[in-house]
Every structure is written in C-alpha cells, then in structure tokens.
Design a binder for this molecule. Structure first.
Ligand SMILES: Nc1nc2c(ncn2[C@@H]2O[C@H](COP(=O)(O)OP(=O)(O)O)[C@@H](O)[C@H]2O)c(=O)[nH]1
Ligand SMILES: [Mg+2]
Length: 479
C-alpha cells in the first residue's frame, strides 16, 4: 500500500479496511468504503475558530506564508475560506443555492474583501494554492464567534452557523484566544467537540493558540514569558477541552513568514533608532497613539505602516537590534522578527499535538462508520476485519478517545484522583511505570468500577488496559 503519511499509522490501518469495504458486493458498503478512502487520504482538515478579531486570519496567513486571507479589526472575514493544496492559485465563491461559483478577485496576493455575491449567500470561498503546508492540512478560516457581547443579530447567528458547519468538515480545531478562556469560548469548544447533529465525529481534537502574546505585558522582555506561563496554566486547567495552549505573536509571525518587511521599513526603523534614545523609544512604544505623536523622523503614514506590520513589540525588538547592529538588513531583521514572534516553537507544538491526535480522530471516526455500515448490510467479512483492527494494541488510542468523550461530556465522573489520571491518559498518555505501580492503579479502577454504572465501567476498563499497557510486560502481552 502506498503510504503518503508514514506518521499516521492508524489511518493507514483503517485504509486497509476501507479498501475491503470498497470491494464489497453490497453497494451501500462499497460506497461508504470509497468515501472513507477519500477522506483518509485527504490532508487533515483544520478549522481555525475563535472570537471575531482574535487574530485567526493573521495566523492563517503566517502558516500559509502568504498574506492571502483578509485581516483587520471588525468584521473582515465574513465567510468561510477553505485553503487547499493545488499546483495553481485560484479562489472561487461557492453560493448556497446551486448557481455556479464565481471567482474572487486577488489584490496582489491578498483575496479582495468585496465578494462576487452578498456574503450571506456564500457558503464558502474555495482557495487553492501551491503551498507545501497545505499538502499536510486543509485550512478553514472562519468568521468566528460573536465578539464580547452576546448579541444575536442575524449576521452573528449566520457567522456562527457557518463557523459550525466548517468544523463539521474539519478533523481538528485550532482555537484562537487572546487571554484566559471566557465562558462562551469554553461552551463553543464543547459544542464543537460533541458535534451538533452527530453527523460524524466532528472537530474533536482541539488545540488553542494564545495569539497576541505581545499584548500580555507592557514590558517587551517579559511579554512572551508571561504568555508562555499563562498558556501553561491554561493547558493544565483546560486539559479537558484542549490538547494544549501555545502562545505566539501572530502579527509578527505573519510579517516574518510572508516576507512583508521591506528595505524602506528597515531604513525608517534605523532612522528612529538613531534619533531616539532608549528611553525615548520606551515612551514612544507605550501605545500606538504615542508612537504616532512622538516628534522625530519618519512620517506618520510610514509609522502607521510599521505599526501595522510589527506592532509596538515588534518595532521595539527590531529597533533594539538596529542599535547594536546598524547594518542589519531585511533578511536579518525578518529572521529576528520570526524568532521574536515565537512562531517556530508554536508550529512545532501544533504539528506534534494535532498530527498524532488527528491520526486517532480520523481513523476512529472512519472505522466506526465502516463498522456501522458493514453491520447494517450484514457484511461480516468487513465487520470482522474492522473489529479485529479495533482490538489491536495500536488501536488503543481509539478507546482512549472514547473515554475522552465520556469525560468531556460529563457523562462519566470518576472520583478526583482517578479523573486526573484519565485526563493524563487521554491527553499526553501515561508515562511508563513498574508493574507494581500499575497494579495499584488497576486496583483503584477496579474498585471504582464496582460502584459505577455501565458507562463508568467502560471507562474503567479502558483505564485498566491503559495502566497495563504502561508497563513493558503489558505492552508485549496485551491483545
Ligand atoms: N498586536 C497584535 N495584533 C494582532 C496580532 N494578531 C492579529 N492582530 C491584529 O488583530 C486584528 C484582527 O486580526 P484578524 O486576523 O483579522 O482577526 P480574525 O477576525 O480573528 O480573523 C488585526 O488588526 C491584526 O493586525 C498579534 O499577535 N499582535
Ligand atoms: Mg478573519
């Protein structure tokens, strides 16, 4: 079998079952098999969600390495954009009714904000680009949840609906937040997780990105550290909804990753660095407004441009470098901006978290679907193959996934000590232990198992296996 993604072992195993289903003489099962094969071979679908103006489109642009998605405060992303890999660049607005799609204009590399149909009539804008990143993941940029107030105007309702349907098509969610998670955001993630209509398992694997990490503190040197520690606290307190929370200065990442910095920007920054003392600069960068007002070289329009690209944080970082190395050029400063944005670390963490979980999510959802279909049409051959696959040790993450859903929904509530164990197993996995220790945990789960209901017992069973698998002996012998 051709394996395009050797790092997705579960998905590849399920592909074998899907191929069998596709070869079934039962038409319904054959169709399900073909659909499953397509879905399994498709890149991972990642929906970027979060409140309006959380920095979603900015982050999408950084990830794509092109400033293609319209960004700005207010209501800029009014429809769902789907970015897929293709060897050519194209953008088509697909209307809700069945009338033909129409192209969306590109202004340079950026998609025009004015669309060929009224936004309310557009189901999505399909964008194709020859960007290597998109070979790994199809990215959905969504309009987002309503902003701070809970207004339920027709527009925000529609935006939320569109955002929701985009997540149904996605395998994973990337949730952009700007600080401690608000109630409406937490609620949204839970809704995404459980899925609206149980069409199939929806974006169940969610990670959060703490964007605008530059806004955490007035002190440039501390802001990323503070963002990092907030992100860590959030990762711990929201382990039930997020696979992790990772900070980034999205704006700076966008500028660095899209190569938006030009020689004229560097010249302007150098002029400011020469004209202003360290103290002047400190004061000038207290806020956007102050920066535009402080007397010195560089016209206001240009200062606006710098602010739009770098923010106060980025301007400060680059000016500091220019003070010590006045000859630093565009290439060097772009690299400085990239490092100061924390982009690479965030991307590495995203890949790790989404990559491994996506395999489980995708494989699990598809296998379940194939089993249901095989059962329904009575193809015991395929059903048996699926069942056998499900029982293999490498499929164990699927059982964990099941319990994560039970825990997330609040359906099963193990007592405090055990609940934490279960979340560790579900999110980062249990660390290897000696058989003696595993036996102690197994005993705890056994005794709770006798006190709880069926759903609880199912969770206990999986946790008992998880502890057995956490020992070397268990790993070898469990089947
Ligand atoms: N200071 C700062 N501003 C940001 C950052 N990321 C995005 N922004 C700004 O926040 C505004 C909203 O960003 P956008 O990506 O359009 O938000 P969306 O509605 O979630 O897509 C824009 O003006 C961005 O320039 C960041 O990391 N730092
Ligand atoms: Mg947007």
């Amino acid at each position: 079998m051709v394996t395009e993604r050797p790092e997705w072992p579960l998905t590849d195993s399920v592909l074998d079952v899907a191929e069998r289903a596709a070869a079934s003489s039962q038409t319904a099962l054959a169709a399900a098999g073909h659909a499953a094969m397509l879905r399994l071979r498709r890149p991972l679908g990642v929906a970027v969600v979060g409140r309006v103006s959380a920095g979603k489109s900015t982050l999408v642009n950084a990830v794509l390495g092109t400033a293609v998605s319209p960004t700005a405060g207010g209501e800029c992303t009014r429809v769902v954009y789907v970015f897929r890999h293709e060897l050519w660049t194209s953008a088509m607005a697909v209307p809700r009714n069945s009338s033909p799609a129409r192209p969306v204009r590109l202004e340079g590399s950026r998609l025009a904000a004015d669309l060929p149909f009224p936004a309310a009539d557009i189901e999505r804008v399909d964008v194709t680009m020859p960007v290597p990143m998109l070979e790994l993941a199809t990215v959905f940029d969504t309009p987002g949840l309503a902003s701070t107030n809970r207004e339920t105007s027709a527009v925000t309702e529609r935006l939320l609906d569109d955002t929701m349907s985009a997540t149904v098509a996605a395998d994973a969610l990337l949730f952009c937040v700007n600080g401690p998670i608000k109630e409406d955001e937490e609620e949204a993630v839970r809704t995404f997780r459980t899925g609206r209509s149980k069409v199939r398992m929806t974006g169940g694997s969610a990670v959060a990105v703490l964007t605008k990490a530059d806004a955490m503190s007035q002190d440039r040197r501390r802001t990323l550290k503070e963002a990092e520690s907030l992100a860590q606290r959030m990762s711990a307190s929201h382990a039930d909804i997020f696979g992790g929370v990772f900070p980034v200065v999205g704006l700076l990442a966008e500028t660095a990753m899209t190569g938006a910095l030009r020689a004229r920007h560097v010249t302007a920054l150098a002029e400011l660095a020469t004209a202003w003392t360290v103290d002047d600069t400190h004061v000038a960068l207290l806020s956007d407004e102050v920066f535009y007002e402080v007397p010195g070289p560089v016209a206001t329009v240009q200062r606006h441009e710098l602010m739009g690209l770098l923010g106060c944080y980025g301007i400060g970082e680059l000016m500091e470098v220019l003070r010590s190395s006045p000859r630093a050029d565009v290439r060097v400063l772009t690299q400085v901006a990239r490092e100061a944005s924390g982009y690479d670390q965030m991307e590495r963490r995203l890949r790790m978290t989404l990559g491994s979980r996506a395999d489980v999510m995708k494989a699990g959802a598809t296998l379940q679907e194939l089993m249901d279909c095989a059962y329904y049409v009575g193809d015991w051959n395929v059903y048996g193959a699926a069942q056998e696959l499900l029982d293999r040790p490498e499929m164990f993450p699927l059982h964990l996934l099941d319990i994560s859903r039970q825990l997330a929904s609040g359906r099963v509530k193990p007592p405090p000590g055990l609940a934490e164990q279960a979340w560790v197993a579900v999110t980062v996995g249990l660390a290897p232990v000696r058989p003696k220790e595993a036996a102690m945990h197994v005993a705890q789960w056994r005794s709770w198992s006798s006190l709880t209901d069926n759903a609880g017992r199912a969770v206990a069973r999986v946790m008992i296996r998880a502890w057995q698998l956490a020992t070397d002996v268990g790993r070898r012998s469990w089947r």
